[in-house]
Design a protein around this ligand. Structure first.
Ligand code: GAR
Length: 211
C-alpha cells in the first residue's frame, strides 16, 4: 500500500450500482488506498445514490433538466467535483453523456467501465443489456470488459485494462451479462488501485502500467 494520501474518488452512476459496491468493499477491506467522497446520479431513485446515503457518503442528484442552460449544468458539476476535492472521477454505469467541459477538466483523471472489448460494441446506444444482445447477435465467441479513460465521445477513450470473457453457445444476454459483471467487479478496482498507487503512465493512447 502506498504511503500517499488516499485518492479522492467521485463516482457517477445511474442504476443499481453493483460496480460501485464492489469498489466500496475493496476500499473498506484496505485493498485500494482511496476514498469515495461523493456519488452523483442523474436518477434520484438509483441504487448507487441510496448506497451513498446509507454509507454517509455525499450523494447528489444532478440532472440537466434542473438547469436552464448547458453552462449552468456543467458549472454545477464542476463546482461539486471541486468542493469534494476530487482526484479521480469514475463512471460506474452512468448512462448520460459527460459534458465535454467536465471531461476536459478531468483529462486523464476520468474512467469508465464498458461491458465489452472496445472498440467493438461501443458507442451511442450500446450500453448495458444492449451490448450483450449485439454481441450474441453477431455470434461472437468472446466478449469482455474494458476500463478506459473518458474522452469527449462515447466509449472512445484509451483503454487502461481489458479482460476477455468467453461467450457460451447457450448464452442469453442475461447469462452473458452476469459472467461479464463478475469480471467488471474485479478489474474496475484493479484499475483504480493502479491510479491510487501512481502506477499509470499515459503517452497518447498508450496507457502503461508500472509493476
Ligand atoms: C455495467 O455492466 C456497466 O459496464 C454498464 O452498465 C452496467 C452498470 O451496472 N455500463 C455501460 O454500459 C456504459 N456504457 P451497475 O449499475 O450494477 O454497476
Amino acid at each position: 500500500m502506498s504511503a500517499m494520501n488516499p485518492l479522492r474518488i467521485t463516482a457517477f452512476a445511474s442504476g443499481r450500482g453493483s460496480n460501485l459496491l464492489a469498489i466500496l468493499k475493496n476500499i473498506e477491506e484496505g485493498a485500494i488506498n482511496a476514498r469515495v467522497v461523493g456519488v452523483i446520479s442523474n436518477n434520484s431513485k438509483s441504487g448507487a445514490l441510496q448506497m451513498a446515503y446509507g454509507r454517509g457518503i455525499s450523494g447528489y442528484h444532478i440532472t440537466r433538466r434542473h438547469f436552464s442552460a448547458d453552462e449552468d449544468y456543467e458549472q454545477h458539476i464542476l463546482d461539486v467535483l471541486a468542493e469534494l476535492g476530487t482526484d479521480l472521477v469514475i463512471l460506474a454505469g452512468y448512462m448520460k453523456m459527460m459534458p465535454e467541459r467536465v471531461v476536459r477538466a478531468y483529462k486523464n483523471r476520468m474512467l469508465n467501465i464498458h461491458p465489452a472489448l472496445l472498440p467493438a460494441f461501443g458507442g451511442k446506444g450500446l450500453y448495458g443489456q444492449h451490448v450483450h444482445e449485439a454481441v450474441l447477435e453477431y455470434g461472437c465467441k468472446v466478449s469482455g470488459v474494458t476500463v478506459h479513460l473518458v474522452d469527449a465521445d462515447y466509449d472512445t477513450g484509451a483503454p487502461v485494462l481489458q479482460r476477455c470473457v468467453p461467450v457460451k453457445d447457450d448464452d442469453t444476454p442475461t447469462t452473458l451479462a452476469a459472467r461479464i459483471l463478475q469480471v467488471e467487479h474485479e478489474i474496475y478496482s484493479e484499475a483504480i488501485r493502479l491510479f491510487a498507487d501512481d502506477k499509470i503512465r499515459i503517452e497518447g493512447r498508450r496507457v502503461r502500467t508500472l509493476p
